[in-house]
Design a protein around this ligand. Structure first.
Ligand code: ADP
Ligand code: ZN
Length: 738
């Protein structure tokens, strides 16, 4: 009889599954696609998943596999006794791999992050109870007596570990009693570590506008079919309250809900709100989980014991079996784009996952991305709008501080109008926020004598002074040096000067200018854990601080009721540079930061320090007509087939020497696809031409929207043979152009 052969995908950079034979002792019919198995690979044993063929993104096909020679095929070793991966997840993995031009095995690896340790640690847990055997003939010792006394009358089992700790007996005593038949081994009862949220634990009174939006979303949830809705509401309008209502409906349906947040480490306030609304904490998924938490969560998700999970990007790859709703909060955030390894955009892939799962997706933002807004205007997405802040709070008054007219004192960065306004607010007992999206003390250090600038030897980047650690640091690699006393170039003593501000420098200036202020600094340098962030938020909530100085961390969806003034130190930062989305990103960021002001009773103001007072972004921030600006921006992109009206793929060639990188980039340029509607820009040195000692060249492929980009890339890239030391990375729908 011919043995059964099955494809098994392994979580490594393999382009396709390997074939394995089903040994007689394993039941072939139980090996459905998604079954997690152990197979031999070279001399190791590896976890793999029984695979199948899936429909791929429109227009993308994979090369036909060559027929395998049975002779070489090895056997599956065993089946891991956990539920098999749901077929939608398998489909999703193949889809993401095909779309991003990544090996499916690597995408599978993301999905198996909760299983990797499974095999070794999954022995079912047992404990001890007393048997019916009489203890009369037993030789008693004090330790034995202790154990018997403790277990007498107890029905549920206790583990060896517990007994050893609690009774201070050695495990050999327990073994002895077991051998004598006095103790009996019993399976511990299984409790899911996740409690069921109560949809009616605390239902808020919604405003009419909020209720309407909530009802719409609930209908979508009840319909159980794919749809995308943009929930756009001004900052503080209660978007979160509204979508919590949709979550409640979904819980009632017994379905699972996935919420993606851009930075889960900053989610303490969100989790707290969830707990107030539903009585329990949601399950979490992010990179700070311990292996044990990861494993427990993964299993609970696949067994449908978790109904609400909030997570970072990779939560998309969890094995949900009853997904009923996906919410992407702050959908415009570029941190949803994974930039390393598999470059995927979690927002876009979330929509794919919702489509495969036949469930609604909700995109939430005060400042939606151009892509999303365009889809809403073209009626591809439903569009809900919340126009008013909750509880009658008004939108902050946005003012430009024209630095040409009212500059700060020489060498300083706070303008007189901002200083005056800050003093007034602090005096009234209110809180003030200074925002500057730059870590450290100064972004550039140069020699006053010879003009020499201190640069990273491994990256095309200036070294950033961090005064708190007395170092000059590269923000792209790990490189740092002590702050030099003399110029390394001309040896002039004491000639190195810091140029420009980072938040450490603003903090120094603020301490001198507002000596009585209680200052809190918020940046990724000092908020290194979710706990540290939660503590900072608590200090703000309890009014223990009144002047907050922060980087983009403070722009997130925080709700600080006592904060009434936001001062943006350098509103022009981010407008320079060749980034396609420079204006859009700056507008979103500043609008979000400004949105922290005046969210409760007292009206807020936002002061934007700028040398570009007439820039359209500044005018839009003052007028507050975000959508109008975006539509204008869209119109400009339409002509050149830039996204969202065209497709982009970036190709980054990197190598240890500039010559190697240039040579392959040049060859790619020579072989560029020649087709109607397809344009290749470059090659050209990347803005970060040197990164971690690798030389980088970029090309950009731009096509009209109806053209599927992946087959073109496949063909193009296979036309060039590069040495192993030269890396060619493809970034579909690039967000970063560095
Ligand atoms: P957004 O996400 O739109 O910025 P939030 O959902 O954070 O707004 O709401 C702002 C604040 O108003 C939060 O503290 C929230 O709890 C409160 N809030 C919003 N709507 C209501 C409501 N209907 N009842 C009670 N509190 C509400
Ligand atoms: Zn560097």
């Amino acid at each position: 009889m011919c043995p059964h052969i099955l494809p098994v995908l392994l979580p490594y950079p393999f382009k396709e599954p390997f074939y394995y034979q089903v040994p007689l002792e394993l039941e072939y019919s139980s090996l459905i696609p998604g079954t997690i198995v152990i197979v031999p690979l070279s001399n190791r044993e590896e976890i793999g998943v029984i695979w199948e063929k899936h429909a791929l993104p429109k227009g993308i096909t994979l090369p036909e596999e060559e027929p395998k020679k049975i002779k070489k095929i090895k056997s599956i070793i065993s089946i891991i006794p956990i539920p098999s991966l749901p077929s939608i997840l398998l489909q999703f993995i193949d889809w993401v791999a095909a779309y991003t031009l990544s090996p499916p095995g690597l995408v599978l690896a993301i999905a198996l992050r909760g299983v990797q340790t499974y095999a070794s640690t999954n022995a079912p847990k047992t404990g001890w109870v007393l048997s019916d055997l009489s203890t009369d003939k037993l030789r008693m010792t004090p330790a034995r007596e202790k154990i018997l006394q403790f277990l007498r009358g107890k029905e549920s089992p206790f583990t060896t570990g517990f007994l050893v700790d609690a009774l201070r007996v050695s495990s050999s005593v327990i073994q002895g009693l077991a051998k004598a038949g006095i103790l009996e081994e019993k399976l511990l009862p299984y409790h899911s570590p996740f409690l069921e949220p109560d949809p009616s634990f605390h239902i808020p009174q919604l405003s009419e506008e909020q209720q309407e939006a909530a009802d719409f979303l609930s209908t979508k949830v009840n319909n159980k079919e794919f749809s995308v809705t943009l929930l756009q509401g001004v900052t503080g309008s209660g978007k979160t309250e509204v979508y919590m209502q949709a979550i409640a409906t979904c819980i009632e349906q017994g379905q699972q809900i996935l919420i993606l947040l851009p930075e889960i480490a900053l989610s303490s306030q969100w989790v707290e709100r969830f707990e107030k609304r539903f009585g329990v904490k949601p399950a979490l998924w992010h990179s700070d989980l311990t292996n044990k938490q990861r494993k427990l969560t993964w299993q609970a998700v696949i067994k449908n014991e978790v109904s609400v999970l909030v997570g970072a990007r990779s939560a998309l790859f969890l094995p949900f079996t009853h997904l009923g709703l996906i919410i992407i909060d702050e959908e415009h955030e570029t941190s949803f784009k994974q930039e390393e390894g598999i470059t995927y955009h979690a927002r876009d892939m979330a929509i794919v996952r919702a489509r495969l799962s036949d469930c609604p997706a909700v995109l939430v933002s005060a400042t939606p991305s151009l892509e999303t807004l365009t889809n809403a205007y073209h009626h591809k997405y439903h569009h809900l709008t919340l126009t008013a802040r909750h509880g009658g709070a008004s939108m902050p008054d946005v003012q430009i501080v024209d630095l040409r007219a009212t500059p700060p004192h020489r060498g300083l960065f706070l303008s007189p109008p901002l200083i005056t306004a800050t003093q007034q607010r602090l005096k009234k007992g209110e809180q003030v926020l200074f925002f500057l999206n730059r870590r450290g003390y100064a972004p550039l250090t140069l020699c006053r004598a010879c003009g020499h600038r201190l640069e990273c030897p491994h990256c095309s980047a200036w070294l950033v002074e961090h005064r708190s650690t007395q170092r000059l640091v590269c923000h792209h690699c790990e490189y740092f040096i002590p702050i030099p006393k003399e110029c390394p170039h001309c040896n002039a003593p004491d000639s190195m000067v810091p140029i420009g501000p980072g938040i450490e420098r603003i903090t120094e200036e603020a301490r001198a200018t507002f000596p009585d202020a209680k200052i809190l600094v918020m940046s990724s340098d000092n908020l290194t854990s979710p706990k540290a962030t939660a503590e900072a938020i608590r200090q703000i909530d309890q009014k223990e601080v009144n002047l907050i100085i922060g980087t983009q961390i403070v722009a997130k969806g925080w709700h600080f009721p006592f904060l009434t003034l936001v001062g943006v130190i350098d509103a022009d930062l981010g407008l320079s540079g060749a980034d396609l989305r420079a204006s859009e990103k700056t507008l979103q960021l500043l609008h979000q930061v400004g949105g922290r002001a005046g969210r409760a009773q007292s009206a807020g103001i936002v002061m934007l320090q700028s040398y570009l007072a007439d820039h359209p972004v500044m005018e839009t921030l003052v007028k507050g007509d975000f959508n109008e600006f975006m539509l204008q921006e869209a119109a400009e992109r339409q002509m050149g087939f830039w996204p969202p009206y065209g497709r982009l793929a970036a190709i980054i060639v990197s190598a240890d020497t500039n010559d190697e990188a240039m040579q392959i980039a040049y060859e790619l340029g020579q072989n560029a696809p020649q087709m109607e509607g397809v344009i290749v820009l470059g090659p050209a040195p990347a803005p970060l031409a040197l990164l971690r000692s690798r030389y980088r060249q970029r090309l950009l492929l731009r096509t009209q929207k109806h053209i599927t980009i992946q087959p073109i890339l496949h063909q193009w890239l296979s036309s060039v043979k590069a040495k192993k030391s030269v890396k060619i990375d493809v970034d579909i729908d690039p967000i970063s152009f560095l």
